[in-house]
Design a protein around this ligand. Structure first.
Ligand code: HEC
Ligand code: HEC
Length: 287
């Protein structure tokens, strides 16, 4: 793990205290104001849901068909196991459970989820979230369920040190109103809406740098502000997102989820491009 590598002793010292703090945080209960989400059933909405799941990287973590995956399972780091979300799971997800998990990072009992990046999805519109759930519900039911996600001592220490956010629920304004829909147009506003899903790796201000908590063998994220990719034309940007090729023809590491951004449509690429061109230029790694 990138930071732990350089500061192993410090992290281990923090780990003891972290265990108690993490125990307390895991038991914090969140109260979320009720909100009615309508789940459509028409084929256009289901197709829309499949698209949203891809460009928001749900299927990068929860795997194809949302059947679940075990991304990491190591004693010190812990187990990162985005669960099966299909109708075949032992406890099917109610509409309320979907909304609480995706927009709020909490379970129906109010306890927080670990490492599910709900802070990036809290602004999803009712239309997009409803479509996502509609799509998920008609996927082939998978009945296997891996052991749950559980941060190990290192991840808990990084959380207490403020390096990673183990419980994204703590980052969310749970009382914020939810937009019913957003107009898909080549606008900065639509680009901002889509780009929240890039911020987990490229940083909240898009200047890239080491991804908090990521293992050292993974490359740092690139600077997407004008000082990083200001030289990209719209065509360069589209090529990178569709094929993973930079303007000079070199291939980015597969950790950049270009196989998922490949599904972005022309309007979405226009919007992301317009948005990233007007964010504040920052030097590399200022997150
Ligand atoms: C970075 C990986 C990652 C991404 C991206 C991600 N998830 Fe998750 N998700 C997780 C993990 C890990 C958990 C389990 C958290 C736990 O059990 O504490 C989870 C839990 C959930 C749950 C709760 C399931 C349950 O058993 O209570 C739902 C629902 C969910 N995710 C939906 C989504 C949707 C929809 C998207 C895309 C908009 C998405 N996730 C994107 C990692 C991810
Ligand atoms: C899971 C983490 C992750 C997510 C999510 C992600 N990226 Fe990346 N991205 C990376 C990494 C890591 C690199 C650097 C890869 C390398 O150096 O080989 C990168 C590289 C890039 C580059 C290439 C810059 C250059 O010239 O080197 C662009 C452009 C880019 N990302 C755009 C985006 C956009 C736009 C989004 C959101 C729609 C996004 N990324 C989401 C991890 C991510």
């Amino acid at each position: 793990m990138r930071l732990a590598g350089g500061a192993g002793a410090l992290v281990l010292a923090v780990a003891a205290g972290a265990t108690a703090t993490a125990w307390w945080r895991a038991r914090t209960h969140y109260t979320v104001p009720p909100h009615t989400l309508v789940v459509p059933s028409d084929s256009a909405s289901i197709a829309r849901g499949a698209h949203v799941a891809q460009v928001r990287f749900c299927t990068d973590c929860h795997a194809e068909g949302l059947r679940g995956s075990v991304m990491v399972d190591e004693p010190m780091i812990g187990r990162l196991a985005p669960p099966n979300l299909t109708a075949g799971r032992p406890t099917p997800l109610t509409t309320e459970a979907w909304e609480l998990a995706v927009r709020h990072g909490v379970r129906p009992d109010g306890t927080p989820l670990q490492l599910m990046p709900s802070h990036e999805f809290t602004t999803l519109t009712d239309e997009d979230l409803g479509a996502l759930v509609a799509w998920a519900r008609q996927l082939p039911a998978v009945d296997s369920m891996a052991a749950p996600t559980k941060a190990g001592p290192l991840f808990r220490a990084l959380d207490v040190a403020g390096v990673v956010d183990l419980y994204p629920a703590a980052l969310i304004d749970h009382a914020a109103p939810h937009a019913a829909r957003i107009t898909a147009a080549p606008t900065v506003e639509y680009g901002r809406y889509l780009a929240t899903s890039c911020s987990g790796c490229h940083g909240p201000r898009f200047s890239g740098g080491p991804i908090p908590g990521a293992p050292p063998e993974l490359p740092p994220a690139a600077n997407l502000t004008p000082s990083g990719i200001g030289h990209y034309t719209r065509a360069d940007f589209a090529r990178l997102l569709r094929t993973g090729k930079r303007p000079d023809g070199s291939q980015v590491n597969d950790f950049m989820p270009w196989r998922f951004t490949a599904a972005l449509d022309e309007t979405e690429i226009d919007a992301l491009y317009a948005f990233l061109r007007q964010v504040e230029a920052r030097s590399y790694g200022q997150r």
